[in-house]
Design a protein around this ligand. Structure first.
Ligand code: GUN
Ligand code: ZN
Length: 428
């Protein structure tokens, strides 16, 4: 009895990075097929070549486009219930909306409720992997990983460490940050599909001693990722300068503490000094572009064109809830609009690649997720390219796959996600 499952639909695959290797790395098949076995992708190709096999099931997705599940490389799941909070920029926004909400995660029942709600919203939006911040509370990490495990999802996350410039109840110490992070890393890292990420929130809320302690932990576990924020708003950068008068620049506050490395994820990276950009590229760190957040909290415009030309590794993310959406489609649309404002039109192939393989590469997981390559995990979606009347009438005019796909990138939402599969199982 066959254990293989056949999925028919349009497919889009990449043989390289379209930013560096060109747009012909993208390969579209109008009558494509995907074979799934034991939660893994066994084959991808043309329907006519694959349909003759012996299959336990055949699912015809019609004209929907089969793509890897989206990979959201930076988000804050605890900000789910306060997304779209009005009228503030970064520091005020943190103090007014974010910190009071994060305080509620001291209650493990509340953390569990939000973690489950958040992951269900992601799956409905076609996102199968996220790298999320949690809160200061170790139980907020347990809540995220337990919810991910219950859904079979590949999820990354870590305890958000802060020991200053945050309210009582959201502060730990250098030692507590080290001890809690180490205990969580030992409990969760590599369990099922879960990865622990060492997570100092950002330099303004960590003392030099706390940054050092987490740098020490990272040196002890160099295979772990480390995530933080870098140069998001001009006021924030000025604050970092006053808190670290001896630092050469914002990145240096991390570098001096052992928090700069190839497995580092630096969220935002909008206002980089030339030295910072050069060092990030030199060590092979990943910059995470959070386009809806660039505009929503008024931070500035990420330089996608300049940074890709300089060979930076770049992932794409929602930054929920500083970003204004749970959807990576909305993130692609905002990335397009921001690049347009800076004079570069990102191609739909580049946008889709960023939201899948590009983010997977940023998370050092492209050998497992983010592609339809045989031997990788069968996290994939079926994208309806005519999900609303407005999109359908535009799609009807399309001359090729890119004209057909772009209206859904720009105008699509969760209604375009016809199906989401996690490790081969349909969950939406
Ligand atoms: N910088 C430090 N913390 C945060 C956060 O929660 N969201 C965003 N967008 N930026 C931050
Ligand atoms: Zn963030």
């Amino acid at each position: 009895m066959s254990k293989q499952h056949l999925h028919l639909g349009q497919t889009l695959t990449f043989s390289g990075d379209p930013f560096h290797d060109g747009l012909d790395t993208a390969r579209h098949s109008r009558d494509g097929a995907l074979v799934v076995e034991d939660g893994m992708i066994a084959a991808v190709g043309e329907a006519e070549d694959l349909r003759t096999g012996d299959y336990a099931s055949v699912t015809d997705h019609g004209a929907s486009l089969l793509l890897p599940g989206f990979v959201d490389a930076h988000a804050h799941y605890p900000q789910t219930a306060m997304i779209a909070s009005w009228g503030k920029r970064l520091i005020d926004w943190l103090n007014t909306y974010t910190f009071p909400e994060e305080m509620r995660f001291g209650d493990p029942a509340y953390a569990a409720e939000i973690a489950g709600r958040y992951l269900d919203l992601l799956l409905a939006n076609g996102t199968t992997t996220v790298c999320s911040y949690c809160t200061i509370h170790p139980s907020s990490v347990d809540a995220l990983f337990e919810a991910a495990r219950a859904r079979g999802m590949r999820v990354l996350g870590g305890k958000t460490c802060m020991d200053r410039n945050a309210p009582e109840g959201l502060r730990d110490t250098a030692q507590r940050a080290y001890d809690d992070s180490k205990a969580l890393l030992t409990r969760w890292h590599g369990q099922d599909r879960l990865s622990y990420v060492i997570t100092p929130r950002f330099s303004p809320t960590s003392s030099p001693a706390q940054l050092q302690a987490l740098g020490t932990l990272w040196a002890e576990h160099p295979d772990c990722l480390m995530q933080t924020h870098l140069s998001e708003q001009v006021d924030e950068i000025a604050w970092v300068k006053s808190l670290f008068p001896e630092a050469r620049d914002y990145l240096d506050t991390y570098e001096q503490a052992g928090l700069l490395g190839a497995n580092g994820l630096y969220g935002h990276a909008i206002h980089l000094e030339p030295r910072e950009a050069h060092r990030l590229q030199e060590v092979g760190a990943a910059l995470i572009h959070c386009p809806t957040s660039n505009t929503f909290i008024g931070s500035g415009l990420f330089d996608m064109d300049g940074l890709t030309r300089d060979n930076q590794r770049i992932g794409l993310a929602t930054d929920t809830g500083g970003g204004s959406s749970f959807s990576m489609m909305r993130s692609m649309a905002a990335a397009y609009e921001i690049a347009q404002l800076r004079g570069r039109a990102l191609h739909p192939a580049e946008l889709i690649w960023l939201a899948t393989e590009g983010s997977a590469r940023a998370l050092r997981l492209d050998h497992r997720i983010g592609t339809l390559a045989p031997g990788t995990e069968a996290d994939f979606i079926a994208l309806d390219l005519a999900s609303t009347p407005a999109i359908a009438q535009r799609n009807a005019r399309a001359g090729d796959i890119w004209e057909s796909l772009f209206p859904t990138i720009m105008m699509g939402d969760d209604r375009a996600i016809a199906a989401t599969y996690v490790a081969g199982q349909r969950v939406v």
